[in-house]
Write a protein that binds this ligand. Structure first.
Ligand SMILES: Nc1nc2c(c(=O)[nH]1)N[C@H]1C(S)=C(S)[C@@H](COP(=O)(O)O)O[C@H]1N2
Ligand SMILES: [Mo]
Length: 303
């Protein structure tokens, strides 16, 4: 993954942002109460901290989606070619009900919520994104995870006619990722289907992509077509490309530097050209929620 010092930041889209904040205030006062009640106790525990989301413009114009090219503006330029309907997700491996799950059928069964998460790329830039999505656990429960399953493997669409970057051997295609089962079942782990209440734009991984907020961004695989429950640690694209630099876990960790740069701080997208870098937080600020998953593990070895 190339690390660029490219000054191509754009000013925040103030109008869009202001509208969103108003909507949130409205929800907090009126609909918000109903939402929390309807979804029950555990979900309400992830109170949305005072995170200020990036603008819709930031989130949809500065992307990594190598299937459409390696430039940060390539996905926004080329991803409109991607056909996202119809869309099916194959769920197979160690599940009771393997098969092709139609995206619309999945959506009809899932509870879509808003989750405002920090998003930290391994290249040391970050954003705050107001995702809409559902918990991955709910989808896995739908398929019925069998007792022998220990890991979850994910795969992105392979369609070089529409994904122009797949004509180049930048990575092995299709893009693949994986989680340990307990990470996948964690309530912070979601399948995102929207941003700012709109359908997920193609450049962000339409129609559904994984979001694991305490891990580096490349774990959050886009445009998912296959989910496989397995008993073996699955291959992951960046680890296959360079295992010295990209581990299976890839938890955000300011104390474990990348082989070629520090991970102690990050550049906030949308912060302007002269913005100070901010400290990177252990497990991207989700330490209270997820540190227990790694009890007894040396995170500098299992990076
Ligand atoms: N299929 C696929 N998923 C992917 C990528 C990719 O190139 N292909 N890039 C990853 C990386 S490196 C990051 S930082 C995030 C970027 O997500 P965003 O563009 O929505 O911010 O997507 C991740 N998911
Ligand atoms: Mo990334």
């Amino acid at each position: 993954m190339a690390y660029r010092w490219k000054n191509d930041l754009k000013d925040a889209d103030v109008t869009d942002h202001a509208l969103f904040l108003n909507r949130r205030q409205l929800m907090a006062g009126v609909a918000g109460a109903g939402l929390v009640a309807a979804t029950g106790g555990p979900r309400a525990a992830f109170a949305q901290a005072a995170l200020e989301p990036n603008s819709f413009e930031d989130i949809t114009s500065y992307n990594n989606f190598y299937e459409f090219g390696t430039g940060k503006d390539d996905p926004a330029k080329y991803a409109s070619k991607l056909t996202t309907a119809p869309w099916t997700v194959t769920i197979d491996g160690l599940v009771d009900k393997p098969g092709e799950y139609d995206f619309a059928d999945i959506m009809a069964k899932m509870t879509v919520e808003e989750r405002i998460y920090r998003f930290r790329c391994v290249e040391a830039w970050s954003m705050v994104v107001p995702w809409n999505g559902f918990e991955l656990k709910d989808l896995l429960d739908l398929a019925g995870v069998q007792s022998g399953a220990k890991y979850v493997a994910f795969e992105t669409l392979y369609r070089p006619d529409e994904m122009v970057g797949q004509k180049f051997p930048v990575l092995e295609w299709p893009y693949v990722e994986g989680l340990r089962l307990d990470e996948a079942m964690h309530p912070l782990t979601i399948m995102a289907t929207g941003i700012y209440g709109k359908d997920l734009p193609n450049q962000n991984g339409a129609p559904l992509r994984l979001v694991v907020p305490w891990k580096y961004g490349f774990k959050s695989i886009k445009s998912v077509v296959k989910i496989t429950l397995t008993d073996k640690e699955p291959p992951t694209s960046w680890n296959v490309a360079n295992s010295r630099e990209y581990g299976f876990y890839s938890n955000v960790n300011p104390n474990v530097d990348h082989k070629r740069w520090s991970q102690a701080t990050e550049r906030q997208i949308g912060g302007g050209l002269f913005a100070k870098r901010i400290p990177t937080l252990m497990l991207n600020g989700y330490e209270d929620e997820v540190a227990g998953l790694y009890d007894g593990m040396d995170l500098s070895v299992n990076f």
